[in-house]
Each structure stands twice: as C-alpha cells, then as structure tokens.
Design a protein around this ligand. Sequence first.
Ligand code: HEC
Ligand code: HEC
Ligand code: HEC
Ligand code: HEC
Ligand code: HEC
Ligand code: HEC
Ligand code: HEC
Ligand code: HEC
Length: 406
Amino acid sequence: MIEKNRPLGALVLGVVSLSLLMSSASVEPPEPGSAPKWYIGSKACRECHEAHWEGWQNTLHARMEQEPIGQGPARNVLGDFSSGNPDLTFSLDDVDMLVGSRFKQRYAKRIGDEFYMLPAQWKVASGKWAKYLPRKDWWARGGIYPPEWNRRPYSKLCQGCHTTGYDLKKKVPAERNITCEACHGPGSLHVEESTREDIVNPARLDNRFGNMVCFQCHMSGRPPPGPFEKYAWPVGYVAGGDLTEHWMYAKPTGADSYEMWADGYAHKNRVQGNTFIRSKMYGKGVRCTTCHDSHGSRYTSLTIKATETNALCLTCHGEGSPQSVLQAGLSGHTHHKRESTGSRCVECHMPRTGKNAEKWDARDHSFSFVSPSDTIRHGVPNGCNNCHEDREPGWAQAEVEKWESP
Ligand code: HEC
Ligand code: HEC
Ligand code: HEC
Ligand code: HEC
Ligand code: HEC
Ligand code: HEC
Ligand code: HEC
Ligand code: HEC
C-alpha cells in the first residue's frame, strides 16, 4: 500500500487515506479510473510533489486571478488609479479581483454571486489605461451578450480558462488559477492511492490528446450548439478527454479575422493552439510541452532552454540533426552576423504578429516564415520589418529573394 519513495509527509497522508479506505471497505475496490474523482486542490499535491509545486508557484498560471493589494511590498495592483485618465471610470474600491499581470491587467467587480469586468484595462508595457469593451469576440459581435459591462458575466465568458474545475451549479471554481488539476485532472483518488493509473500525465497521452490539455485554454474557438453554447470556454472538458467534443476550433477563413490573419498567423493572444496545429512540427509530434515547462523555468514564458541564444531551437535544428539549419553555419542560414539579434530563430520564425495589449506583442506559433510579401498582400507584420522599421516590406522582400537565388 505504501510506496518506497514517498517522503515523510506522504506517509502520514497514506495512513489517513488507509483509514478512509477501510471505512468504505464493504464495497469492492473500484476499477482504476472508474471511481468518482473530485478536485482536491494544489495544497494536497504539494505534500508529495514539493518541487513541482514550488516551480509551478512561480509561473503566471498560479496568479492569473488575485485579490487586489494596493499598498506595500506585496502590491499587485499595477494600474495607476490616480492618473485622472478619462477612460478610467471606476475607482480601486470597485475592484474585487485582478485578472492578469503580464501584458495587461483587468479589473473585476463582484455583484451578487457573479463577477463582471470593469470597462478599463491597464497596459503594462506602455503604462497606460485603455477602454475595455470587447466588440470583436463571437459573443459580442453576434449580440449574444449586450454591450453593457455589467451584463457580461465573467463566469460564462472567461472564468473556465482562468481557474480550475469550475462548477456551473455552485458558480465557483474548485480552485482559483490554473492549478495542478487543470492539467492533471481531478486528483482525489490519486491522493489516496498515489498510483500512475489514477492521475492524468499529459506526457503519457498521445500527441493529439496531450496537446489538448493546453488547447483547452490556448485554442480560440467556441462551443458547439447545445446547452453550453453561451459559454466562451469548453464546459465539460477534463484533462485526458477529447476537446473536440466540447469545443470548435477557430480556423483561418482566408480573410483577416479577429483570431488570425488571412494566412493563418496569430492576430491576437491565446491562439497558440490554432496556429501551432498547422505547423510541420505539430505534424511531427512536437508538443507545447516540448518547449514549455509547466512546472517553472528561469526563461521567459517558461521555455525549457534560452530563446536568445537559440539553444531551444538548436536542440533539434543544430549540427548533426536531420533538421539542421547550420550546414553553412548560422550566418549562412540567417544572413546576419552570428551575434546579431537578426540571427535569432524566433525573430524570423515566431515574429510578433498578434495583439495582447499592444500592436504587436504576441508571438506567432505556426513556425513558418511570415514573408514580407504577405505584409504587402494583407498587412500581417513580418519579422524583418519588425526590426527594420525604417524600411518598406518591398525592400525586405527583395533582400530575401537575393538570399534565395545565390
Ligand atoms: C500521498 C502522496 C501523493 C500525493 C498527495 C500526490 N501524489 Fe502524485 N504521485 C505520487 C507517487 C508515489 C507517484 C508515482 C506513482 C507511480 O510511479 O506509480 C505520483 C505520480 C504522479 C504523476 C505522474 C504519473 C505518471 O504517469 O507517471 C503525476 C502527474 C502526479 N503524481 C500528479 C499529482 C497531482 C496533480 C497531485 C494533487 C492532486 C498529486 N500528484 C498528489 C504521490 C502523490
Ligand atoms: C478559452 C479560454 C479563455 C477565455 C474564454 C478567456 N481567456 Fe483570458 N486568457 C486565456 C489564456 C490562455 C491567456 C494567455 C494568453 C497568451 O499569453 O497568449 C489569457 C490571457 C488573458 C489576459 C492577459 C493576462 C496577462 O497577464 O497579461 C487577460 C487580462 C485576460 N485573459 C482576461 C480575460 C477576460 C476578461 C476574459 C472574458 C471576457 C477572458 N480572458 C476569456 C484564456 C482565456
Ligand atoms: C499547465 C499544465 C500543468 C500544470 C498547471 C501542472 N502540471 Fe504537472 N505536468 C504537466 C505536463 C504537461 C506533464 C508531463 C511532463 C512534461 O511534458 O512536461 C506534467 C508532469 C507532472 C508530473 C510527472 C513527473 C514529471 O515531471 O514528468 C508530476 C509529478 C506533476 N506534473 C505534478 C504537478 C503538480 C503537483 C502540479 C501543481 C503544483 C502540476 N503538476 C501542475 C502539466 C502541468
Ligand atoms: C485552464 C486554462 C489553462 C491551461 C489548461 C493552460 N494554460 Fe497556459 N495560460 C493560461 C492563462 C490564463 C495564462 C495567462 C496567465 C497570466 O498572465 O497570469 C497562461 C499563460 C501561459 C504561459 C505564459 C506563462 C508564464 O509564466 O510566462 C505559457 C508558456 C503557457 N500558458 C503555456 C501552457 C501550456 C504549455 C499548457 C499545457 C501544458 C497550458 N499553458 C495550459 C491558461 C491555461
Ligand atoms: C523537439 C525538436 C524540435 C525543436 C525543439 C524545434 N524544432 Fe523546429 N522542427 C522540428 C521538426 C521535426 C520539424 C519538421 C521537419 C520536416 O518535416 O521537414 C521542424 C520544422 C521546423 C521549421 C520548418 C517548418 C516548415 O513549414 O517548413 C521551422 C521554421 C522550425 N522548425 C523552427 C523552429 C524554431 C524557431 C524552434 C525554436 C523555437 C524549433 N523549430 C524548435 C523539430 C524541432
Ligand atoms: C533572418 C531571418 C531568419 C532567421 C534568424 C532564421 N531563419 Fe530559418 N528561415 C528563414 C527563411 C527566409 C527561410 C526560408 C523560408 C521559406 O522558404 O518559406 C527559413 C527556413 C527555415 C527552415 C526550413 C528548412 C530549411 O532549412 O529551409 C527551418 C527548419 C528553419 N528556417 C529553422 C531556423 C532555426 C532553427 C533558426 C535559428 C537557428 C532560424 N531558422 C533562423 C529565415 C530565418
Ligand atoms: C518549438 C517551441 C515551441 C512550441 C512547440 C510552443 N511554443 Fe510557446 N513559445 C515558444 C517561444 C520561444 C516563446 C517566446 C519566448 C520568449 O519570448 O522568449 C513562446 C511563447 C509562448 C507564450 C507567451 C505569449 C507570447 O505571445 O509570447 C505562450 C502563452 C505560449 N508560448 C504557449 C504555447 C502553447 C499553448 C503551445 C502549444 C499550442 C506552444 N506555446 C508551443 C516556443 C514554443
Ligand atoms: C531581431 C531583429 C532583426 C530581424 C528580425 C531582421 N534583422 Fe536584418 N538586421 C538586424 C540588425 C541588428 C542588423 C545590423 C547588422 C547585423 O547585425 O548583422 C541587420 C542588418 C540587415 C541587413 C544589412 C544592413 C542593411 O540594413 O542593409 C539586411 C539586408 C537585413 N538585415 C535584412 C533583413 C531581412 C530581409 C530580414 C527578414 C528576413 C531581417 N533583416 C530580419 C536586425 C534584424
């Protein structure tokens, strides 16, 4: 019953769970996976997986939703509420919850048993207020929710992707934020029995289902017609399940759309799934988690290796690999000096084409090359001119053509 490798805390818990099991000893032990499981919270996981907990605690997943603290060293309110900006039509006293902290911060007010997003947001990089009144999401465009901020319930439009195990009946999440069980499924049984069979490990799912664990929140789309069609998140999906039963993925339409540019490049944030699924790498079994470590990392955006030095990409595209791009050296491929920022893989192959808080600050995840000719055709930002701002796309296109015909 008690595994050898468990830390001391686990042993204590093991005894507790033994007695729990014995109290229900009259029933047959359930088949693995068939017993009812419920959300138990990340504190319970910490008991046995301290390192995972510590790492995760330092990710933004762990602090998407925060109680506002306006003063002191723990201050987490980023917006300047004394600015007198005309877009700011509410005060800090109205704010019951903060949403986000990296690109932008939004502010929620509680009315009855529901949260509503107040109508201004703080843009972190530029330190400015802007109006927040969504018009382009399918539920705003289609008139499914009225324009007034206090008639757009946060639980239906946002909360499923910012919390874990949202309970539609009780109108509360099992736990705030993106916690262990958002990616590993409900853990009550595993906390009792601690076997592999009673918890979801995305690494053991096949490529398609493994990526769905991230797609549940990082894939723009809408629910299929049915009882949950007015929710903007995939109600009913649990890690390990088939997301397509709960969610219709937004696809490129051939024209510019809210989510994607005409060629399918990212036009906004949280379309990593929509864009990645079209890439050659997805087809070859690369996953979100090949590059991102959910349990923390010292690099920007939780990448497993540094982006600035190209270490992440050269894991597979370096010398000796069938995918190597270094046959003629780094400069041979990039046409920039080795140490130039123009030799960084991500600047050309994951250019900032989408809007998070500003134009353009969200990286594309289709891992192709946004050609300057695409910019000429329909305005998508390309990597070249993101750096060479003083030049026209036509100049960049001509340079690329020179590279292609030696
Ligand atoms: C009482 C100790 C204990 C607690 C509490 C616990 N785990 Fe585990 N966990 C283990 C042990 C032991 C293993 C290794 C099991 C094995 O190899 O068969 C494990 C394995 C895992 C694995 C890997 C499974 C695999 O396929 O290799 C995941 C994921 C995991 N735990 C997640 C969680 C989460 C999430 C929680 C909180 C809901 C949690 N654990 C709580 C003891 C615990
Ligand atoms: C389908 C899932 C989903 C829904 C629905 C959703 N979000 Fe998010 N949200 C995300 C993901 C994923 C990110 C991170 C995206 C990225 O970095 O590209 C995010 C990021 C954000 C950020 C930026 C966080 C930061 O630190 O900069 C804010 C603010 C935000 N969401 C607010 C909202 C609000 C308000 C709603 C409802 C009107 C909403 N979201 C609906 C998944 C969702
Ligand atoms: C955003 C999704 C996500 C969150 C949140 C998350 N995990 Fe994981 N976890 C994964 C993935 C994906 C894997 C598979 C390994 C990989 O590919 O990185 C994994 C693997 C594991 C494993 C197996 C050992 C290993 O490292 O491969 C354990 C144990 C584990 N997680 C525990 C936890 C605990 C405890 C928490 C909360 C404190 C947590 N995880 C939060 C996605 C997540
Ligand atoms: C339940 C929804 C949810 C799930 C599941 C989820 N994410 Fe996220 N993710 C978010 C939200 C919301 C944010 C924005 C957090 C913030 O800014 O505070 C985010 C942010 C991120 C970031 C930036 C975080 C940082 O600390 O820099 C990365 C990278 C990321 N997600 C990757 C993943 C990967 C990989 C998976 C799957 C293993 C995954 N996410 C699963 C909702 C989710
Ligand atoms: C785990 C290994 C792995 C890592 C890490 C990796 N790649 Fe790839 N990459 C591949 C494979 C496999 C292919 C597909 C090769 C093929 O089918 O021709 C590929 C293909 C590509 C392509 C060609 C796509 C096309 O449509 O022709 C580009 C561009 C690319 N990768 C860029 C990157 C960048 C940028 C990074 C770092 C952010 C990176 N890769 C990291 C394995 C990897
Ligand atoms: C200055 C821009 C630039 C940089 C930096 C850059 N590439 Fe490329 N890359 C290109 C162009 C242009 C192509 C050809 C695209 C096409 O034909 O559609 C290309 C093609 C590729 C391909 C497709 C296979 C091939 O060799 O033709 C892969 C894989 C690739 N790059 C990976 C990388 C990796 C890994 C890095 C970092 C070490 C990197 N690139 C840095 C511009 C760049
Ligand atoms: C081949 C590697 C690779 C894969 C696969 C990959 N990413 Fe990323 N991702 C990156 C890099 C590199 C960055 C930028 C890091 C930086 O800014 O230094 C990034 C940035 C992000 C960010 C931060 C937002 C932004 O616009 O910069 C999020 C969120 C994210 N990725 C989620 C995902 C999700 C979800 C998947 C799967 C659908 C995924 N990534 C697949 C390499 C990858
Ligand atoms: C991340 C920034 C960055 C990106 C992306 C970038 N460059 Fe550059 N580029 C530079 C810098 C910095 C220099 C200065 C010389 C050096 O470091 O190699 C430069 C120099 C050049 C030069 C020679 C000097 C000149 O201005 O005539 C050309 C030509 C050039 N880049 C073309 C391109 C093209 C075409 C692309 C897209 C395929 C591109 N660059 C992408 C940063 C970038």
